[in-house]
Design a protein around this ligand. Structure first.
Ligand code: ARG
Length: 471
């Protein structure tokens, strides 16, 4: 068997099964760019501090440039025997530039190296995710802007509650994704701190300039305790928690899209290319994309559970357990990015390659929404509020309206279909202007408090989001 970096101490080679069990190169090789960036920053500092020569530094830079080309061209020979991305790259560097390559690891351990790599990689991914969260928000804002005056029933307990603007409903999700973006930005602040220079666990005997490495790598600071630096994965757990919340929001939206697409609602359609047919039922168009997003939420939440459980029993400092942080983290990032991309496209629609006309997007059936809002006594609260304005205490008004709703539903009619005389039978203060208050538009317009569904409020929120998102 091939000699290992630490082999002098070992009297027998590692078994193939153990090799396969302990190696991580086939998944952690995706950290290669971060690994090389970290190594180059470390080498530059070693040279600046006089720990390695300028010649060695130049050789390391040359070697890393070659390795970069090899990996990009798909010609790099990743070896299971070399366990992980770090040892693979270092071994190749030494093959290419000799002793200078062997000097790179001075004052460094894979423990601080891997913690640095994961942070650098995750920082880049968080930036991409922030962009995608903005895309999804812009798509929602765009659809909302076209649907301020479209009214659908708002629900509580999935029972018709009060009419709301469809734009208002969509902007609720914009709020959620805006908070998600804030959370990601906050996680990023704690991700972007440098472990390198902590070495294996206790710091190092070489006069390293850790601040310099942090500056080179664009990090906001250095980890202040070497034991914590090599063993902390809070940042990964926090990220998984923030990602889980994004997915939960996507999942709630998915559930609504699925319900709205169902024939019993028929509120919306989504473009055909986000739906699939059935192999047996020719009439089918199934909302597979939102359904899968709802399903994949379980997967991401599972990764959060995996990561947090991974940490709970670990003594200080580094333990090999931590190698298990990568696959859940990678899959969380991949799942989240794909989901956000597809949602941005599905909601907002994309300019088509030929015509430039939008394809995709949500088409709204405003008549179906309106008809649904007119069922279920969505404006009953407005009748109560009307009576309060005539001087009734709210609790009495509530009771009076309950009687009116009971009578209307016994007759199978809406409140607006009762005659003025009938309504006055419930309370003499009711006058002809009640019919304005009981319309869907009247109900919306009346909810003109900040954050309410009145079109004036919704337009103000739209403007705020458009300015914030540069939409
Ligand atoms: N592949 C390892 C990981 O992912 C790198 C660090 C290994 N360090 C060690 N002392 N075995 O965590």
């Amino acid at each position: 068997s091939k000699a290992q970096a630490w082999s002098a101490l070992f009297s027998e080679p590692m078994s193939d099964l153990v090799k396969r069990y302990t190696s991580s190169v086939f998944f952690d090789k995706r950290l290669w760019q971060a690994d090389i960036a970290g190594s180059l920053a470390h080498a530059e500092m070693l040279a600046a501090q006089g720990i390695i020569s300028a010649g060695d530094h130049a050789a390391i830079e040359r070697g890393m440039a070659t390795i970069t080309r090899e990996i990009e061209a798909g010609q790099f020979d990743w070896q299971l025997d070399l366990e992980d991305v770090h040892l693979n790259i270092e071994a190749r560097l030494t093959q290419l530039v000799g002793d200078a390559g062997k000097r790179l690891h001075t004052g460094r351990s894979r423990n601080d190296q891997v913690a640095t790599d994961v942070r650098l990689w995750l920082r880049g991914e968080i930036d991409l995710i922030a962009g995608l969260l903005a895309d999804v928000q812009r798509a929602l804002v765009e659809v909302a802007a076209q649907n301020v005056d479209v009214i659908l029933p708002g629900f509580t307990h999935l029972q018709v509650a009060q009419p709301v603007s469809f734009a208002h409903h969509l902007l609720a999700y914009v709020e959620m994704f805006a908070r998600d973006a804030e959370r990601m930005a906050d996680v990023r602040r704690r991700v972007n701190v440098l472990p390198l220079g902590s070495a294996a666990l206790a710091g190092t005997t070489y006069p390293l300039d850790r601040e310099r490495v942090a500056r080179t790598l664009g990090m906001d600071g250095v980890c202040q305790n070497s034991l914590d630096a090599v063993s902390d994965r809070d940042f990964a757990i926090e990220f998984a928690a923030a990602a889980s919340l994004v997915m939960v929001h996507v999942s709630r939206l998915s559930e609504e899209l699925i319900v709205w697409m169902s024939q019993n609602f028929a509120f919306i359609r989504i473009a055909d290319r986000f739906t699939t047919g059935s192999s047996i039922m020719p009439q089918k168009k199934n909302p597979d994309v939102p359904e899968l997003a709802r399903g994949k939420t379980g997967r991401v939440v599972g990764h959060l559970m995996g990561l947090i459980t991974l940490m709970k029993g670990q003594p200080l400092a580094y333990n090999k357990d931590n190698q298990e942080d990568k696959e859940p983290l990678f899959d969380t990032v991949d799942t989240l990015k794909d989901t956000l991309r597809i949602f941005a496209e599905m909601i907002g629609g994309q300019p088509g390659p030929q015509t430039g006309a939008k394809s995709g997007g949500i088409s709204v059936n405003r008549q179906a929404m309106r008809a649904a809002a007119l069922k279920g006594y969505a404006t009953a609260t407005d009748l109560a509020d009307y009576l309060v304005k005539k001087g009734l205490p709210f609790r009495d008004a509530h009771e009076t309206v309950a009687h009116a709703v009971k009578a209307a539903s016994d007759q199978g009619v809406d409140l607006t279909e009762l005659s003025l005389q009938q309504l006055q039978g419930f309370h003499p203060a009711i006058e002809a202007d009640i019919f304005d208050a009981l319309t869907l538009e009247g109900s919306l317009n009346a909810r003109n408090t900040l954050g309410g569904t009145a079109p004036a409020q919704v337009r103000a929120q739209l403007a705020r989001h458009q300015a914030r998102l540069g939409a």
